[in-house]
Design a protein around this ligand. Sequence first.
Ligand code: 5MM
Length: 342
Amino acid sequence: MNLADLNKIARAMTATGKGLLAADESGGTIKKRFDAIGVESTEASRRDYREMMFRSTEAMSKFISGVILYDETIWQNAADGTPLVRLIEQAGAIPGIKVDEGTQALPGCPGELITSGLDKLAERLAKYYERGARFAKWRAVIDIGSGIPSMTAIHVNAHALARYAALCQAAQIVPIVEPEVLMDGDHDIDRCVEVTTRVLNKTFQELRVQRVALEGMVLKPNMAISGKKSKTQASVQEVAEKTVRMLKNCVPAAVPGIAFLSGGQSDADATAHLDAMNRMGGLPWPLTFSYGRALQAAPQQTWAGLAANVGAGQQAFTHRARMNSLASKGEWTTDLETEKAA
Ligand code: 5MM
């Protein structure tokens, strides 16, 4: 492992004013997204949609540091035969790859999940590196509910995240470590903080045990946020303050950068929360975005599967990327939301 090179890539992924595009929806998830806009999910439509984003020159060169791809996408070519990976590189962004293989029921723990994909991971990483991937992603899913999460679910998911991260670094690939505590329940923000704190502490404990170099990784956490069904929704300022306090308590300063998931927040909330945190200042790591839905909802709706809408879809994508870029510097204001992307 060349740690200096891993660190350089991790810092580029979270460079000032830039963040990650999570375009790694698996087949089932992208179908759900396309169903919502009345588009049939085929290999060609998925390619066309993703090509539209990767050819958004302004967004990709100014605001996006890297793209998380799904296995199908990393092997796909654009309509003119150029590999999609090359389009990303040509724009100056870094290609990355989702390497987990989704979740399955965790035996003995009703309602809880474990992420799979460790089998043959070393071989898969070598192929992805050859294709151009310089970072990878693995998502663990922890739900909050009555009697959950169990210590078992937290432990086995942290163990798998660390196993994955160690394999990535051995393959000269920066691991994005994503322990996602879902915001689906009716819990309040303090319960989210309590659970996320346990999850982050266990994850960093396992990373240390398995000798993962913290300087060569990126953390992708959820924010401290009220459950979607909670009667009390925390304010933007409360989310920012509690998230930063929680992260300062759990995440070593050796980690080169933190890139949040959006987790089902509205576009506006995901941007406002990130902005409020960066306005606080005095942070030991850059805080930026690694959003899927909060970057793509607008371009998806605008595109709607029609070639005639590609330009407008690219504008919508560029606008959201720019808003989140500003938020990653604490320079976003609501007024900017009404401005059109250049
Ligand atoms: C883009 O969605 C990613 C893949 O999800 P599936 O494996 O369920 O298809 C997902 O892991 C995503 O990268 C993160 O959840 C962040 O995306 P959001 O939409 O939460 O910002």
